[in-house]
Design a protein around this ligand. Sequence first.
Ligand code: UD1
Ligand code: UDP
Length: 385
Amino acid sequence: MTAKIMTLLGTRPEGIKMAPVVKEIERTDNLISIFVNTAQHREMIDQVLDLFQLVPEYDLNVMRPKQRLEELTMRLFQGITPILEKEKPDMVLVHGDTTTTFVGAYAAFLQQIPVGHIEAGLRTNHMYSPFPEELNRQLVGRLATYHFAVTEANKQNLLKENVAEKNIAVVGNTVIDALLEITSRHYQFEGELASIIHSTKKTILVTTHRRENIDELKHVYRAIQRIVEQHEDVQVVFPVHKNPLIRQKVMREFVDMKQIYLIEPLDYEEFLHVLKHCYMVITDSGGIQEEAPALGKPVLVARDTTERPEGIDAGTSKVVGTSEEKIVALCEQLLRDEAAYNEMANAPNPFGDGYSAKQIVHTIQSLAEETRAIYQRNTDEVIYR
Ligand code: UD1
Ligand code: UDP
């Protein structure tokens, strides 16, 4: 007897972090993989799926330029529900905290299909930071039956919310699986990126996209502008997120483009190699806080909170918020003080060892074994319910 596992994803980071899981399910004999791309992102998810050579069984194509979260939510429900009705999976896997994740989990719950939540238990406990992701992940914590936590601290967060310990597995973060797979491939920079990256200047890699940050980003950008003005030997590479609201801000704030390269989102492989070559990172991204320590790069987190305190505790990242003065001061320190730089760069990566997808799929298989004995009496098809 086999179990049908439906994986739902739609944004760039979900694609990157779920790719190792989908591949592992596909490789496993007694699991049938149904992979649904909601395409909450379009170009940015397509880049990822091409790179990992993943072809979804369904593509919901829900992205519309600048659509409100309410519209996105509606489109997702309308798209996901009929697929659940048709496919009747034994389990739905969702990842993290996006709108795709929340709607996917809730739609599955309404059909009483068990949900497995990957990257479970991250919390800031500030409802609007990040917005709307903190509430999404808390709600999915209630809706899910199985919780794949990244760290022991994430597990503790779930236990505090009365999640049953037997339903939590600590498995690390699948982003490290993805990173190790992609960086093991031969790669060479090409075109303009090659000449930027091979310059003798120190590169600061910048990304920003958080909704709750949008009005404050001008302070971050001014700090960056000041840093390049003060350091001729520093350049900034800034792949700008496709969100038009972010693009407007970036274009408005960077007036003098000397030493600043605003570029299109890089495909994941290019991005990892830029990360590998850069000196340090300024970002409000979640995933990059996890990848940078795996490649020995200090991270300044341009947000007021982080749900990844493991990076702070390990010494690899510092929360700087959107304060211009704080960002300038910490960059100055990292650019001038070798000991301070090395302390952050050499801090250990607390987010995983590259075997997370295997552990997740192994857990799913043993859940299937456990529940099979109980439920086989009722039906030959449904394993988990
Ligand atoms: C979403 C997630 C966020 C995640 C981020 C990763 C939610 C609420 N937020 O935020 O948790 O960190 O993805 O990047 O789910 N756009 C394009 N092409 C693309 C992608 C986006 O044009 O390939 C534009 C569209 O106009 C879209 C807008 O960006 O409406 C915003 O996209 P959306 O998915 O709503 O939010 P993100 O800010 O990307
Ligand atoms: N990333 C990428 N190209 C880029 C910028 C980021 O492939 O130009 C990758 C990055 O390596 C990480 C993920 O996108 O794995 C992070 O996505 P994002 O910052 O959009 O979302 P978050 O992680 O904050 O949810």
